[in-house]
Every structure is written in C-alpha cells, then in structure tokens.
Design a protein around this ligand. Structure first.
Ligand code: IDP
Ligand code: MG
Length: 203
C-alpha cells in the first residue's frame, strides 16, 4: 500500500498532513489533521483501489419520523456496502467540529440543538466513488428543493431537518470516519454480490 510509506514520511510533519496520489490521471488528496487518527485513516488510503468509504448520519429528523429503515434500505438497494453502523448521542465537541464551517451563521445554535435532540445513527458506507454517489442519493440541502427520488426530496420539507448528513468529499469522509468511529467499529467482510454489482474493470 503506497500510503504506508508516505505515512512514515508524513508522520514527521506532525499535526497537519496531506497524502496526494494519482490514479487514472485523477489526483487524490487525503488530509489528516490528528495524529491519533493517522493509522486508522491510512487504512482506507489504498491508492490501488477505487473503493471509498463515506459517512452518513441519520439525523434526529430521521429517527423521530420513524424512517431509519427506509433510508438505510435505499443505500443497500443501490449496492453500497454497510461497513459500520451505530447509534450515538453527539457531543458538543463533535457537533462543533462537524459543522465548523457554519460556526459563524446565525442559525448555528439551532443546528446544534437539532443534532442533539435525540441520538443519531452513524453509518460508514463503502463502494466505488461512494462519496459522490451518496451525496446524489441524499439530494440538495433544502428538502423543498431536492429532486423527488432523492432522500431529502422524498422525505424532507426543511433545510435544517433534512434527514441525513453525507460527507461532501473523500477528504471530509476520512476526517468524519475518524470523528465518529473507532478502528474496531469498521468492518471488512466479503460482499458476495460484488461481481454482479460492478464489472471487473470498475474495481
Ligand atoms: P449539507 O448537509 O447539504 O452538506 P451544509 O451546507 O454543509 O449542507 O449544512 C450542514 C447542515 O446545516 C445542513 O444539512 C442543514 O441541516 C443545516 N443548514 C444549512 N444551511 C442552513 C440554513 O440556512 N438554515 C438552517 N439550517 C441550515
Ligand atoms: Mg456539508
């Protein structure tokens, strides 16, 4: 795994690290911001595989509306592999880190309260280009604008209470995976229908 030798070099830089690699003329970057997550995140940094892992959070709006099963079924039906799933209560620190890009918005306090209104279900989902695929399945942020057929388009009427979170880039997915899961909570197991889910040259 090419990343592991880079990992040794990068570890000298402490705190902020970037792995950059190329495949099929595409450039991939993985940013690691915490030393303690280094080994874990590097585990998913296999430059020879187009497989990605992304993070979905089924928000309190999904839990209260009683649609967890329906939303999870959409990912399964698509052919995405569930490699981690747990219920947890988000701490202040988790929400502040997770939504740091919105910290200066007037509605930040409301988002925080909304994400802590009940436990959430965090999922780690694996597949080819799965970060982008899951964002497409989720739909745009505002449920009223989201296309019918998407999760937010079919189940949501709100910007804030919009059922799911989905990582927006491979870099964010790596960071979020380490934020919400420990290494032992992510599983590697055979997906027996893989040959009927992808062609050989897509894997
Ligand atoms: P995303 O979830 O589609 O990636 P972001 O812009 O990253 O959208 O916002 C994160 C979350 O913050 C949204 O999913 C939504 O719950 C909430 N949010 C975003 N913009 C607003 C707003 O204008 N009012 C209330 N909540 C918002
Ligand atoms: Mg976002």
């Amino acid at each position: 795994m090419r990343c592991l030798s880079l990992f040794e070099t990068a570890s000298l830089l402490k705190k902020r690290m970037f792995f950059i690699w190329k495949r099929n003329n595409k450039k991939f970057t993985l940013k690691l911001i915490r030393e303690k997550n280094l080994h874990f995140t590097a585990h998913f940094c296999n430059s020879m595989s187009p497989m990605q892992v992304t993070v979905v959070i089924l928000k309190p709006s999904a839990i209260q509306r009683g649609i967890l099963g329906e939303v999870i079924a959409r990912f399964e039906r698509k052919g995405i592999q569930v490699v981690g799933m747990k219920m947890l209560s988000l701490t202040d620190e988790m929400v502040s880190e997770h939504y740091a890009h919105l910290a200066d918005k007037p509605f930040f306090g409301r988002i925080k309260k909304s994400m802590q209104a009940s436990p959430v279900v965090a999922m780690a989902l694996k597949g080819v280009d799965v970060v982008n695929v899951v964002r497409q399945l989720a739909g745009v942020t505002n449920g009223r604008d989201a296309q019918p057929g998407t999760i937010r388009g079919d189940y949501g009427m709100s910007v804030q209470e919009n059922i799911v979170h989905a990582s927006d880039s491979p870099e964010a997915a790596g960071i979020e995976l380490a934020r919400f899961f420990s290494e032992s909570e992510i599983f590697t197991y055979p997906q027996f229908l893989l040959p009927f889910t992808y062609a050989n040259d897509e894997l």
